[in-house]
Ligand binder design. Structure first.
Ligand code: GLT
Ligand code: MN
Ligand code: MN
Length: 396
């Protein structure tokens, strides 16, 4: 029965070929689902209301395909995407599956491997451009180590930078207006992965030759694996204009990378995330695609895969509606207003705006009474309970 939460292309939901195409293999077990071709996956995604489909080079073109094979596959795929009324907003390069990357791609100690990785990334970018992608994701799954006897991590970081610089220079020289989105992960498949969190990536980007074309692609599961607050990572990226893409899924702290259906764990975290991405909190919304990097439980057959994909999108839309209701709730608004003080005349920015030295001296000279300020409670217990009651469906 269709309802207000049924997805449509205007919601701009995207999935990777590798997500709905996941066959349920894990390190202990074989695939449990039949393979679906990229064309079948695109048709299926179109049927359930997705807007776009993303891919790695080798999700579509097998490693080592000849140039004519590659061209035929890409042409057929582009036609299937168009026939399904969909698009390819993001493309990425598999720099982790082939044994040549067993000790890293851009951070391998072997310059031949780094050169091969750059070459493969160039072909991945060409493929993305051909399919109309505007965002290129880089997930350095193999960029790490099990033993730090292997290399000095400072070398690894410098090689990572060199490779990305080459790719930025080359992309610009081709006249392509692309954005690179770097995705962090703390570990798995390596014991430790270099640049393990979104915060690390944000700093690293500032050290590149073309920082303006690089941003981040934070993933719920990856930040959660590190025990961090995903919302805060996304907020830091948004605040500095670097949220170029986002990988939505669900994860429990302390576990392997679960890539669960969006919102199926930490529903409250997902609620505040959607609220921020949708701009319900009075700030501008995130403008990029809402991408799901997740897969169905291994228990599922192909029908279960589509249940999974629909579930990601529906949960996002339900949470967006809940977030709007939360922000419109008069009691919520009153508590938030009660904690929001005008910046003038005490805020540091206001003070510093005139003459900086004099402004700082004014702060130094202020008479402030910490005991009277501290006497006031913030009512966050009530505010959080209101969020919970919206989420549990008994309010709003
Ligand atoms: C892989 C990884 C994801 C990345 C994908 C892009 S591939 O599935 O687990 O987090 O986003 O390379
Ligand atoms: Mn991801
Ligand atoms: Mn993941």
């Amino acid at each position: 029965m269709p309802d207000a939460f049924d997805p449509s292309p205007s919601d701009r939901f995207t999935f990777g070929l590798w997500t709905v195409g996941n066959r349920g293999a894990d390190p202990f077990g074989l695939p449990v689902r039949p393979a679906m071709t990229p064309l079948q996956l695109v048709q299926g995604l179109g049927r359930i209301g997705a807007w776009g489909v993303n891919l790695h080079d080798n999700d579509l073109v097998p490693f080592g395909a000849t140039a004519p094979e590659r061209d035929r596959i890409v042409t057929e795929f582009a036609r299937a995407v168009a026939d399904a009324g969909m698009c390819v907003p993001m493309a990425t390069t598999n720099l982790f599956s082939h044994p040549v990357f067993r000790d890293g791609a851009f951070t391998s100690s072997d310059p031949r491997v780094r050169a091969f990785a750059v070459q493969k990334a160039m072909q991945g970018i060409e493929l993305g451009v051909e399919l109309g992608a505007r965002t290129i994701v880089f997930w350095g799954g193999r960029e790490g180590a099990e033993t730090d006897a292997c290399r000095d991590p400072r070398d690894a970081i410098a090689w990572y930078r060199e490779c990305l610089n080459v790719l930025c220079h080359w992309t610009r020289s081709q006249g392509w207006d692309l954005r690179f989105a770097l995705e962090a992960k703390p570990n798995e498949p390596r014991g430790d992965i270099y640049l393990p969190t979104t915060g690390h990536m944000l700093h690293f980007i500032q050290t590149l030759d073309h920082p303006q074309m690089c941003g981040v692609n934070p993933e719920v599961a990856h930040e959660t694996m590190a025990g961090l607050n995903f919302l805060h990572a996304v907020a830091q990226a948004m605040e500095c204009g670097k949220l170029f893409h986002v990988d939505l899924n669900a994860q429990r702290i302390g576990k392997f990378d679960q890539d669960l259906r969006f919102g199926s764990e930490d529903l409250k975290g997902a609620f505040f995330l959607v609220r921020m991405l949708e701009g319900c909190s009075g700030r501008p919304a995130y403008e990029g695609p809402r991408h799901f990097d997740a897969h169905a439980y291994r228990t599922e057959d192909p029908d279960g895969v589509w249940d999974f994909a629909r579930g990601c999108m529906r949960t996002y839309k339900v949470l967006a509606a809940k977030a709007r209701a939360f922000d419109a709730d008069p009691e919520v608004r009153a508590i938030i207003a009660g904690n929001a003080f005008a910046d003038e005349p005490l805020g540091c920015a206001a003070m510093l705006s005139a003459t900086q030295g004099a402004g700082a001296s004014r702060i130094r000279a202020l008479a402030l009474d910490p005991d009277s300020i501290a006497a006031r409670g913030h009512r966050y217990e009530r505010l959080d309970q209101l969020a919970m009651e919206h989420l549990m469906g008994v309010r709003g």
